[in-house]
Write a protein that binds this ligand. Structure first.
Ligand SMILES: [Zn+2]
Length: 139
């Protein structure tokens, strides 16, 4: 199964990552199965700049807002300010939402930051194919 992300959602994630660097940003991905339509930034409850902990209050608010729009929270995103867009050992050990999709932005200040999507479980991850595309019904 491959996923698509709207260019505007990708731009939101990269902008958020750049804004909070050198700390990690985090947030939720809003969409429908197979498609990321928007990104909703959430607070990072971790005071360690090399960790992220999605504020559950923001997660819940994003969930309610997306359901009102006929969408759902389909995954999460965070950034690696100084390293590649691959899950770290800590990501896999401290997973808040196992068996979910996680988008990672690597080195956000690069001209074209690396952005990759993974399904993460405790102890392992599988990369999910991701393409940047507009959907047919986008006006
Ligand atoms: Zn990470």
């Amino acid at each position: 199964v491959s996923w698509r992300i709207r260019p505007s959602a990708l731009a939101e994630v990269v902008a958020h990552a750049r804004q909070v660097a050198p700390a990690e940003c985090c947030g939720v991905l809003v969409g429908r199965p197979g498609q990321i339509v928007a990104a909703a930034p959430t607070g990072n409850l971790s005071d360690d700049p090399n960790r992220f902990l999605i504020d559950p209050k923001d997660h819940l608010a994003a969930l309610h807002a997306s359901r009102r729009a006929g969408l759902d929270v389909v995954g999460f995103y965070h950034s690696h300010p100084r390293s590649a867009a691959v899950p770290s050992e800590r990501d896999l050990a401290e997973l808040s939402y196992p068996d979910c999709l996680y988008l990672i932005v690597g080195r956000p200040h690069d001209a074209a930051p690396e952005v990759r999507l993974f399904r993460m479980e405790r102890g392992g991850s599988t990369e999910v194919a991701l393409s940047v595309a507009r959907d047919a019904d986008q006006s």
